[in-house]
Design a protein around this ligand. Structure first.
Ligand code: FAD
Ligand code: DHB
Length: 391
């Protein structure tokens, strides 16, 4: 098969890139090793930055997001039994949308198929060849047969464990990494959200997060030790721990209970691979970088990467200009490092480090109180959380 752009991975990055390229008249093929139902079911992120929502809307793929997503004008930071609101429009002039990654993926798959896009599920890319030439190839298997995509550019949107990053020659990449001494236990529950806005809780027992998927479905997270087996967290223990960590001075119900329909563990990692391009191969999204989820940046960074790539590949196809393609890695990495800093900062601000000292805990409390009392520091949170227009 001969196509201008070969894309590996039908996560949000690969699908949005394929959609944006189509709108510029550049055709692509997306190879995805999982089946469609799996891609549409996988529970992940839930917060869409202002600018990413605008980009989805401008591309004609935001209609259901605008109908069913929720505009959020703030978050609550809860610690010491009290809540402190960070007001996004007042501090940063922007908001976020709460609209699940699974829904974005469903919308983009439906749109690509309606537009006649080539989207192959259960098609696993097995090798990327010729990236130092003008005719790179992706080898793949599909329905028991071997296939090959011949293209001008390959974009690996194949997540952290994909083959894109692994296909670069030895020594071409420098990687930067940080591990955290905790993970998140995430649940989906048939329960009305406790609050209209997301609540980020710091408690001596650990972090907790209240989020939502609909007026009847809550998405909740608890900090747990690395290596935790979800079987050690029966439903009753989860609800009791959420209630303990979320308790407010003055009492009252702090979490609405309901049937738990999904339970999973997410390890926390910061990771960056530089540069994000080698010859004809480009890395985008989780294939190039991972952030701990506390700042809600993973999905948004993936979308920003492919927005840059769509412009760059569009310009190359329209005029042969290479300037934007050449600038891609450096431009994307500026936002990646800003998000790395914010995500790591939010993570250490809100989690309880199991090996932390009382000194560390006092510093954390002082920092949280400073945010609650300072317009300048709250503005820092609001600007980064809602997404910086330019980095
Ligand atoms: P992905 O969504 O990972 O998509 C990559 C795709 O490539 C997958 O569909 C995969 O099957 C496919 N693929 C891989 N290898 C091949 C191959 N060889 N051939 C063909 N296809 C291949 N972010 C947040 O902000 N908040 C969260 O709460 C949050 N929770 C998360 C929970 C989990 C378990 C994970 C893994 C991530 C979470 N993230 C979260 C991060 C966020 O979901 C990711 O940043 C986002 O999915 C990145 O999108 P992507 O398109 O780059 O990669
Ligand atoms: C969600 C996930 C996050 O990592 C976050 O910071 C906020 C919300 C969510 O899944 O809804």
């Amino acid at each position: 098969m001969r196509v201008p752009v070969g894309i590996i991975g039908a996560g949000p990055a690969g699908l949005f890139l394929s959609h944006l390229l189509h709108r510029k008249g550049v055709e692509s093929v997306v190879l995805e090793r999982r089946d469609r139902a799996y891609c549409e079911r996988r529970q992940r992120a839930g917060v869409v930055e202002h600018g990413v929502a605008e980009a989805l809307r401008a591309s004609g793929a935001g209609e259901r997001m605008d109908r069913e997503g929720f505009v959020h004008d703030g978050i609550e930071l809860r610690f010491g039994g009290r809540g402190h609101r960070v007001d996004f429009p007042g501090l940063a002039g922007r908001h976020v949308l709460v609209y699940a990654q699974t829904e974005i993926v469903k919308d983009l798959i439906a749109r690509r198929l309606a537009d006649g896009g080539r989207l192959l599920f259960e098609a696993e890319a097995t090798a990327i060849e010729g990236i130092d030439t003008a005719r790179p190839r992706i080898r793949f298997t599909h329905g028991g047969a071997d296939g090959v995509v011949e293209c001008d550019h390959v974009v690996a949107c194949d997540g952290f464990h994909g083959i894109g990053r692994a296909s670069l020659p030895a020594g071409a990449l420098t990687t930067f990494e940080k591990a955290y001494p905790f993970s998140w236990l995430g649940i989906l529950a048939d329960a009305a959200p406790t609050s209209d806005e997301l609540i980020y809780v710091h408690h001596p027992n650990g972090f907790a997060l209240h989020s939502m998927r609909s007026p009847a479905v809550s998405r909740l997270y608890l900090q747990v030790p690395n290596g935790t087996d979800p079987a050690d967290w029966p439903d009753e223990r989860i609800w009791a721990e959420l209630a303990t960590r979320s308790r407010l001075d003055g009492g009252g119900e702090t979490v609405n209970r309901g049937t738990i329909t999904d339970k999973g563990i997410t390890p926390m990692r910061s990771f960056v691979a530089e540069p994000m391009r080698h010859g004809a191969l480009f890395l985008a999204g989780d294939a190039a970088h991972i952030v701990p989820p506390t700042g809600a940046k993973g999905l948004n960074l993936a979308m920003h990467d492919v927005m840059l790539l769509a412009e760059a590949l569009g310009a190359w196809h329209a005029t042969g200009a290479t300037a934007l393609l050449d600038a891609y890695s450096a431009t994307a990495l500026r936002r990646v490092w800003r998000a790395q800093h914010f995500s790591s900062w939010m993570t250490s601000l809100l989690h309880t480090d199991p090996s932390g000292t009382e000194f560390d805990r006092r510093l954390q409390t002082s920092h949280l109180e400073h945010i609650a009392g300072s317009r300048a520091v709250s503005t820092y949170v609001a600007e980064n959380y809602t997404g910086l227009p330019r980095v």
